[in-house]
Design a protein around this ligand. Structure first.
Ligand SMILES: Cc1cc2nc3c(=O)[nH]c(=O)nc-3n(C[C@H](O)[C@H](O)[C@H](O)COP(=O)(O)OP(=O)(O)OC[C@H]3O[C@@H](n4cnc5c(N)ncnc54)[C@H](O)[C@@H]3O)c2cc1C
Length: 382
C-alpha cells in the first residue's frame, strides 16, 4: 500500500502523526524531513537560556524514537524538491521518486530577510529551528552585547531571555513601541517601559540599514544616523509561510498554501497544515492553531472527513519580566480599546459597538484574568 507522506517533522507534522495513529494503526506513514527529525518544542527556543537548557537538552525525542512510537518511517536530511500531483509522486534530494496515496505539506515558514547592506550581513543570525538556535547559542560564548533587529513577539522574547542570563541587549525597530501590531499603544508602552527598566536598550522609530564587521564586533547603522556596536546580531523581523514547493507544483497559494477547512489544497489528496498553510485566508503562525488542524486532518486521513474550527486562542508572550497575554481583535473589527492600568500591570479590552468583547491584552498581574476573558471571546473560526 502506498504510504501517507508527510513532509516536515516540526510540531505540525509530528502532531498530525500522533493524532493519526490514535485513529489508524496500520496505514504506512512516511515522514520526509530536511532536518534530523528530532522532536522538540520550538517555543522553547526563546526561553531556553532562562530555563538553563542547552540545544541538545531541548530535544524531547530522537527521530528513531519517533519512528518507533509512530510506527513510521522517517527519512532525515532529505529535502523534497518537487511534487507531481498528477502521478501522486514526490522527488527528493536523494534522487528518489516516491509515490503517495495522500500527501501532507508541513514545511513551516521562512524568516524574512531584512533589507540590509554591509560585510556583516551574512553573519546575522535568525532562529527558526533547533539547528539555527544551536548556532546562535554557540555565538554567545564569551560575547556580551546582542543587537536584535525586530521588536515583535520573538524579538521581545529573546531580549527577555538574553537579559535573564546577563547579556546586554539592544532592540531596533521602526515602530515607536514593541509588539506594535499586537498590542494597543498604551499596553505596548507599558511593556516597553518594563523591559527598559530591566535593561533593554530600545532603538525604536528607527531601522537598521547596514551591518558591518569591525575588529571582531558588528557596527549597525541606523536610519536616524546613529550606530550600535554589538558582538552578535539577531534578526527577528518575522516569518513568512514557505509556499515554494506548493507554488512549483501548481497548487493555489496566497500568503500561505491555500487550504479549505478540511485542510485540503487545490489538489485532491494533497493537504497542508502548520506555519506553511493559509486556512480560509487565515495565516496563524502559532502552536494552538496547528494542533486544531492536526486533530481535524487526522480524522480526514483516517476516512472521516472533518473540518477544522478555531476557538479563541490568546497568545502568551514569553516575557517573564512583564508577563503578557494577547488576543488581538479580528482585522476590520469596529470597536475600541478600554484601558485599565493598575499598580502592577495593565488590562486592555477591545469592545465592539454591540458591547461584545472581541480582544484583550493583559500585562503584569492582569494576566490572571486570561481564563475568564477567554471564555467571553467569540471563536476565531466557528
Ligand atoms: C523562537 C520561536 C518562539 C516561538 N514561540 C511560540 C510560542 O510561545 N507559542 C506559540 O504558539 N508559537 C510559538 N512559535 C511559533 C511555533 O513554534 C510555530 O508555529 C510552529 O513550531 C510551526 O511548526 P511547523 O511544523 O508548521 O513548522 P516547522 O517547525 O518550521 O517545521 C517544518 C519542517 O519541515 C521541514 N522541511 C521544510 N522544507 C522541507 C522540504 N522541502 N523537504 C523536507 N522537509 C522540509 C523542516 O526540516 C521541518 O522539519 C515560536 C516560533 C519561534 C521561531
Amino acid at each position: 500500500m502506498e504510504p501517507i507522506i508527510i513532509i516536515g517533522t516540526g510540531l505540525a507534522g509530528y502532531n498530525l502523526g500522533k493524532e493519526f495513529r490514535k485513529l489508524d494503526s496500520t496505514t504506512p506513514l512516511l515522514f520526509i524531513t530536511n532536518d534530523d527529525g528530532s522532536f522538540y518544542s520550538k517555543p522553547m527556543l526563546s526561553n531556553a537560556l532562562a530555563k538553563g537548557k542547552t540545544p541538545a537538552e531541548l530535544v524531547n525525542f530522537s527521530a528513531e524514537k519517533m519512528a518507533t512510537d509512530l510506527q513510521a518511517e522517517i527519512m532525515g536530511f532529505t529535502r523534497v524538491e518537487g511534487i507531481n500531483p498528477a502521478s501522486h509522486c514526490v522527488s527528493t534530494s536523494q534522487g528518489e521518486t516516491l509515490s503517495y496515496r495522500k500527501l501532507v505539506i508541513a514545511v513551516g515558514a521562512r524568516p524574512i530577510e531584512p533589507p540590509l547592506v554591509g560585510d556583516g550581513v551574512e553573519l546575522i543570525y535568525t532562529v527558526n529551528s533547533l539547528q539555527d538556535y544551536a548556532g546562535f547559542r554557540e555565538s554567545l560564548h564569551g560575547r556580551r552585547h546582542v543587537a536584535i533587529i525586530g521588536p515583535g513577539l520573538i524579538g521581545c522574547e529573546f531580549a527577555n531571555d538574553l537579559l535573564s542570563v546577563g547579556h546586554t541587549v539592544s532592540v531596533i525597530g521602526p515602530d515607536q513601541v514593541p509588539l506594535g501590531r499586537m498590542l494597543p499603544v498604551q499596553a505596548a508602552e507599558y511593556l516597553k517601559q518594563q523591559l527598559a527598566e530591566a535593561g533593554v536598550n530600545w532603538h525604536l522609530g528607527d531601522t537598521c540599514t547596514a551591518v558591518n564587521k569591525q575588529k571582531g564586533k558588528f557596527v549597525l547603522e541606523l536610519s536616524g544616523d546613529s550606530t550600535i556596536k554589538a558582538d552578535v546580531v539577531l534578526s527577528a523581523i518575522g516569518l513568512q509561510p514557505d509556499i515554494s514547493l506548493a507554488e512549483a507544483a501548481g497548487l493555489k497559494t496566497a500568503r500561505g498554501i491555500s487550504v479549505d477547512r478540511t485542510l485540503q489544497t487545490s489538489e485532491p489528496d494533497i493537504y497542508a497544515l502548520g506555519d506553511c498553510a493559509e486556512v480560509e485566508e487565515r495565516v496563524l503562525l502559532y502552536v494552538m492553531p496547528l494542533m486544531q488542524c492536526a486533530r481535524a486532518l487526522a480524522k480526514t486521513l483516517a476516512g472521516e472527513v472533518a473540518e477544522v474550527s478555531y476557538p479563541a486562542m490568546p497568545t502568551v508572550v514569553k516575557t517573564p519580566i512583564c508577563p503578557c497575554v494577547v488576543a488581538p481583535p479580528p482585522a476590520g473589527a469596529e470597536g475600541s480599546w478600554q484601558i485599565e492600568p493598575s499598580d502592577k500591570g495593565m488590562k486592555a479590552i477591545y469592545i465592539d459597538t454591540a458591547g461584545q468583547l472581541l480582544g484583550f491584552a493583559l500585562l503584569g498581574e492582569a494576566v490572571n484574568e486570561k481564563p475568564a476573558l477567554t471564555k467571553q471571546l467569540p471563536a476565531i473560526m466557528a
